[in-house]
Design a binder for this molecule. Structure first.
Ligand code: HEC
Ligand code: HEC
Ligand code: HEC
Ligand code: HEC
Length: 180
């Protein structure tokens, strides 16, 4: 405690913004979450494999869509050379391209719309010591809301479909059956 106070005082003296002391969380990538969020479970207590569910979802395949026929046809009509390299498309199809360069850590472009788009950058909360809901939230963990989904699920997407939050949430659900 004492040394923290000293640092604060030094910062005041030297005019350093104390916010600089707080480390910004970095994006670590889905492979890191997989270590703990893809457990097999037991017949008595089945686990939900969050990683496998996500990996089979369209979110994990969002980069591939930027190279499909639909994207190519749209690109040709709208003067886009390569949708898989264009910021106009990448910003919603890849978490990597959606975050500050300095915070990219070990996340890759290929993982598309990754865990941390919805749950926040994981470098500070991804340890067992912190992965208790109330603690993790103070380390940047997010439990997403409809507003977060609508940052991408909106009419700016050239192939936008109507978005029903409850239905969409159900179709990507990777919740553990807590009662078991
Ligand atoms: C070292 C193991 C470990 C790693 C790595 C890990 N988690 Fe967790 N996570 C857990 C455990 C254990 C819980 C359950 C905590 C509890 O219920 O007390 C949890 C809970 C969660 C929850 C639910 C929180 C809530 O409030 O209900 C989310 C969301 C989550 N983790 C996302 C992630 C994401 C995203 C990553 C990768 C960036 C990740 N975790 C990496 C162990 C881990
Ligand atoms: C960073 C942008 C982004 C965010 C945030 C986001 N999504 Fe998506 N979502 C996408 C993209 C891109 C696709 C299409 C992937 C593809 O087909 O290439 C998609 C596809 C989906 C699909 C499949 C749609 C279909 O036609 O089958 C569902 C369901 C979905 N998202 C639900 C959600 C929910 C629920 C949330 C919020 C909790 C959310 N998404 C947040 C970008 C996002
Ligand atoms: C505002 C965010 C956003 C932007 C920008 C965006 N997309 Fe998407 N894209 C989505 C979402 C979300 C979906 C899933 C469809 C839905 O539920 O609306 C999607 C789906 C798609 C699909 C699958 C559609 C289908 O019906 O099979 C293709 C292909 C696609 N986008 C290509 C592109 C291209 C090419 C660009 C750039 C010109 C682009 N997107 C820009 C969010 C976006
Ligand atoms: C498109 C957004 C989105 C993506 C991508 C996503 N999640 Fe989630 N996640 C959600 C939503 C929505 C919930 C449910 C929150 C609620 O209503 O409690 C959730 C819940 C969870 C929970 C809590 C489960 C429980 O039983 O309490 C964990 C753990 C979790 N996610 C881990 C992950 C991991 C690991 C990944 C990547 C492999 C991932 N999520 C990818 C949106 C997402």
């Amino acid at each position: 405690m004492r040394s923290k106070n000293l640092i604060v005082i030094l910062c005041l003296v030297f005019g350093v913004n104390s916010a600089l002391l707080a480390q910004d969380a970095e994006y670590v990538g889905a492979a890191k979450c997989k270590i703990c969020h893809n457990k097999a479970g037991t017949p008595a207590k089945p686990a939900v494999k969050q990683y496998d569910i996500w990996a089979a979802s369209l979110h994990a395949k969002a980069m591939a869509s930027l190279s499909n026929e639909k994207s190519k046809a749209y690109a040709q009509k709208n003067g886009i050379a390569d949708p898989a390299k264009d910021a106009k498309c990448l910003k919603c199809h890849s978490t990597f391209w959606n975050v500050k360069e300095s915070l990219r850590g070990t996340i890759t472009e290929a993982e598309g719309v990754s865990c941390e788009t919805c749950h926040g950058p994981g470098s500070l909360y991804k340890t067992n010591a912190f992965m208790k809901p109330e603690v993790a939230k103070t380390k940047g963990l997010i439990v997403p809301s409809e507003a977060l989904c609508k940052k991408c699920h909106n009419a700016e997407n050239p192939f936008s479909k109507p978005f029903n939050y409850e239905e969409a949430k159900k179709s990507i659900s990777h919740m553990n059956p807590k009662a078991v």
